[in-house]
Ligand binder design. Structure first.
Ligand code: UDP
Ligand code: MG
Length: 316
């Protein structure tokens, strides 16, 4: 018998916990035929509503449901890491609690694992039901990211992914504090099959991502998987030196030939403003990398567990 671990990060998803369980079980027949058992591992990312209680209720009814509950909200990336660390399956799949990752796709995903792929990932080809401006910036982000990073990051990629134990262990071996999962998946490599599907809208509740949160997250991704901004800063410095050098030469020649020094302080003020702006911008870029390094060297834990359901293996 093989074991499939289903990892479900939840943040304030009390109304979706049971729906997800029901929906998953409806599609679980396939796995029974294939002689695959499953465990449903809900990772409660410090929810403020009754998510944990709801999962515990399910756990009482069905021992295959497990709960790991954080001491506070650590973010989805931390929840994914915890789920992968705590899961015991030969296979693991990451799914959102809001049913935006349709369980009906699982049999098809499993077929590719059987064919020898190490990991089966999904991407949505439409962004139906999402604000237009958000889709626009998302596209821009992926385009930029793929220009400046050597790690491939696929546009529209979801975290919905089925993978073998080998891939799970590879991801766990990347124990960095600033976790940009989409980049980590790309970085570890392995034979990955991409499946496409139409966007499904969230079942209940609201998205946990505001525009601002997404913007910060995209910066995190860029800094974690590319050092291009640092290069841009140096190149800009060199360019400015060259331009300044050219202007000095022109000014000297003009003075010698025509006795006409550049006049007026407005031009000077403009130049000072612009150059100091560029300097601050570059310092800011440096600061971003420094702050990430700072967080990284502190080696703080990625998450803290407040509560966890016991498994049969723990009891022995
Ligand atoms: N999530 C989480 N921690 C967070 C934010 C979100 O565990 O800090 C979970 C959330 O409960 C859901 C999944 O991550 O299961 C995706 O979140 P959401 O649906 O809000 O994002 P979207 O689908 O809009 O990108
Ligand atoms: Mg969602």
């Amino acid at each position: 018998m093989k074991l499939l671990s289903v990892i479900v990060p939840c943040y304030n998803e009390e109304e979706n916990v049971r729906d997800f369980y029901d929906e998953f079980c409806k599609n679980a027949e396939f796995f029974r035929e294939k002689q695959i058992e499953f465990e449903l591992l809900y990772v409660d990312d410090g929810s403020k509503d009754g998510t944990a209680a709801e999962v515990k209720k399910l756990h009482e009814e069905d021992g295959r449901v497990r709960l790991v509950s954080f001491s506070r909200n650590f973010g989805k990336e931390a929840a994914i890491y915890a789920g992968l660390q705590k899961c015991r399956g030969d296979l693991a799949v990451l799914m959102d609690a809001d049913l935006q990752d349709p369980p009906s796709l699982l049999p098809k995903m499993y077929e590719f694992i059987e064919q020898g792929y190490d990991s089966v990932a999904t991407r949505r080809v439409t962004r139906k039901g999402e604000p237009l401006i958000r889709s626009f910036f998302a596209r821009m982000f992926y385009r930029l990211m793929n220009k400046i990073s050597r790690t491939e990051i696929v546009d529209g990629a979801r975290d919905y992914r089925l993978m073998t134990r080998q891939v799970v262990d590879a991801i766990l071996s990347m124990s960095e504090y600033n976790r940009f999962t989409k980049g980590i998946f790309g970085w570890v490599g392995y034979e990955t099959k991409w499946l496409e599907y139409e966007n499904v809208e969230r079942r209940k509740g609201e998205t946990k991502w505001s525009f601002w949160k997404l913007f910060l997250y995209s910066l995190e991704g860029i800094i974690a998987f590319s050092t291009a901004p640092l290069t841009i800063a140096s190149v800009m410095g060199v360019l400015f030196c060259l331009v300044a050098f050219g202007i000095i030469i022109v000014t000297i020649i003009r003075k010698l030939l025509f006795g006409d020094p550049t006049s007026g302080w407005p031009s000077l003020v403009c130049i000072i403003m612009m150059v100091s702006g560029v300097q601050l911008f570059c310092l800011g870029i440096l600061g971003q990398y420094l702050s990430k390094t700072y967080m990284e060297v502190k080696r703080r834990p990625i998450y803290l567990v407040r509560e966890e359901t016991k498994t049969d293996a723990d009891r022995d």
